[in-house]
Design a protein around this ligand. Structure first.
Ligand code: SF4
Length: 486
């Protein structure tokens, strides 16, 4: 849908107006209360996400509230506090040097003179511009990786370096708008004009963008972008577009749990998934349609924040507690499931169904699972479920896999949890059945033969790992598989 052009509005002003409308919340993403905190946070943000920095700085500022405290800090203590931001030795050294320089040259205050600011340890021209703009309101337009990419795609500059792109932008836009524009272009780069997958189909700047319209090759990717504008700009699916399961509940969901991602698709909620981890790979087509937000243990919190989810789904064993804490700090709602037994799986199916607006689907699946849990179970052969090699590790009787084994009529053995098994412990277990799931470790026939030689009396099964470990979406499949072995 092409917007009508007005002779009175320049393309630059038009672009600014649209950015203002699209990103009214654009602002500095680093938490700070004064210039000192902003300089420190900006130094820490090198090669690190803003969200990670925001998790780090509260403890750092509590211990070192000003330049004087930082000037006399011990290197090891600062290193420990900033470790999670990466390059922590250099950053700790720069922060202590910063404190000392502020104390010696500026009475402990952060200067507002560009040259004096840029001369401080750890503060280059780009950091100085960020601080000048956000702490002192001095017009500056520091070009970071997002602005560099977006400006060149939009045809605002053809320059090959950030410094030259900055000069082009400063020539094009009024000085009083530079600070606002800086934040808006970063937000646009993060939320819409992604480096690898720009969302041109919904971009509010599309008809101003030569790369998005395919008039030029994308200067970032080096190819012409293929864009489907069959939906009007600003389109996002309405609840009524999403099918019967989607009448309520969150419209934008990020799943950090592979099996839950698959389950949401099974429940007809694929259109609501806006983020997934790199391990959320089923069904396969989801890899091309839902953006990735890091791994299960190290989710990319900046990326998640930029996706503006209404709900993030986690699982207590699968994802670290720190991820939930970070989401709380970012004000993003989350739901942490806990699946350690099949009875628990039924309860979590109901809880998840309610949380995502698919209560009926959750109830139906939970009731069907509970029906299979009824009745007495015979005590079957002693079964060892291995999950790793070098070192050997097993899934104990108190785990989800242990309960799956038990429910299928086998007797899970071994220590509780996911213990490392010494050779002697493994021998002493003397299993009658050995299960070798194909994930998380890629057990294969060679491993099966090795275990068979070790336990000649036992039956060794190489089994589908997803069926045994993808709780909720494949619990029934796992039960069928194991029941077939007894
Ligand atoms: S149309 Fe595409 S390439 Fe152009 S600014 Fe929008 S998202 Fe980026």
């Amino acid at each position: 849908m092409r917007r009508p052009k007005s002779a009175a509005v320049s393309p630059a002003a038009d672009l600014q107006a649209r950015l203002r409308a699209a990103y009214p919340d654009a602002r500095c993403a680093l938490d700070h209360t004064d210039p000192f905190q902003l300089v420190v946070a900006t130094i820490l943000s090198a090669q690190c996400t803003d969200a990670r920095v925001n998790l780090t700085t509260p403890a750092l500022f509590a211990r070192f509230p000003d330049a004087a405290a930082l000037a006399s800090a011990r290197q090891a203590e600062v290193e420990a506090l900033v470790r999670s931001t990466g390059f922590y030795r250099n950053k700790a050294k720069a922060l202590i040097g910063l404190g000392q320089a502020l104390l010696a040259r500026h009475g402990g205050r952060v200067p507002s003179d560009p040259a004096e600011l840029a001369a401080l340890p750890g503060v280059g021209q780009k950091t100085a511009n960020v601080v000048l703009a956000n702490a002192f309101g001095v017009p500056a337009l520091a070009v970071d990786t997002h602005i560099f990419r977006v400006a060149r795609r939009l045809g605002l500059s053809k320059a090959p370096t950030p410094e030259k792109v900055e000069a082009d932008l400063c020539r094009t836009f009024p000085r009083e708008d530079w600070i606002e524009l800086h934040h808006q272009l970063i937000f646009h780069g993060r939320r819409t004009c992604d480096a690898r997958r720009p969302d041109c189909a919904v971009c509010p700047l599309w008809d101003l963008c030569p790369a998005g319209q395919g008039k030029i090759k994308d200067p970032h990717l080096g190819v012409k972008l293929a864009v489907d504008r069959s939906q009007p700009p600003g389109f996002s699916p309405r609840a009524s577009d999403l099918g019967p399961q989607a009448a309520g509940g969150p419209r934008r969901i990020v799943s950090l749990v592979p099996s839950v991602t698959e389950l949401l698709v099974q429940w007809g909620l694929a259109a609501r998934l806006v983020g997934r981890t790199r391990y959320c790979i089923e069904p396969k087509w989801i890899r091309n349609t839902v953006p990735m937000v890091g791994g299960t243990k190290d989710p990319d919190l900046d990326r998640i924040r930029d996706l503006a989810p209404e709900l993030v789904i986690l699982e207590k064993d699968e994802n670290p507690k720190s991820a939930a804490e970070a989401l709380t700090a970012l004000g993003i709602p989350w739901l942490a499931l806990e699946v350690r037994t099949l009875k628990g799986a039924a309860a979590e199916l109901r809880r998840l169904g309610l949380a995502v607006g698919a209560a009926e689907a959750g109830e139906a699946r939970a009731a069907a699972l509970e029906a299979r849990l009824k009745g007495r179970r015979r005590k079957g052969p002693r079964t060892l479920a291995l999950i790793w090699k070098d070192p050997w590790m097993s899934a104990g009787p108190d785990t989800y896999l242990g309960d799956l084994v038990r429910t299928a009529g086998l007797a899970p053995i071994g220590p509780d949890g996911y213990p490392v098994l010494e050779e002697a412990t493994l021998e002493a277990l003397a299993p009658q059945v050995v299960l070798l799931p194909t994930e998380p470790y890629r057990f294969n026939r060679r491993h099966a033969a090795e275990l068979q030689r070790r336990f000649p009396e036992a039956t060794v099964h190489l089994v589908d790992g997803q069926a045994l470990t993808w709780y909720l979406s494949r619990t029934e499949e796992g039960l069928d598989l194991l029941s077939g072995l007894t």
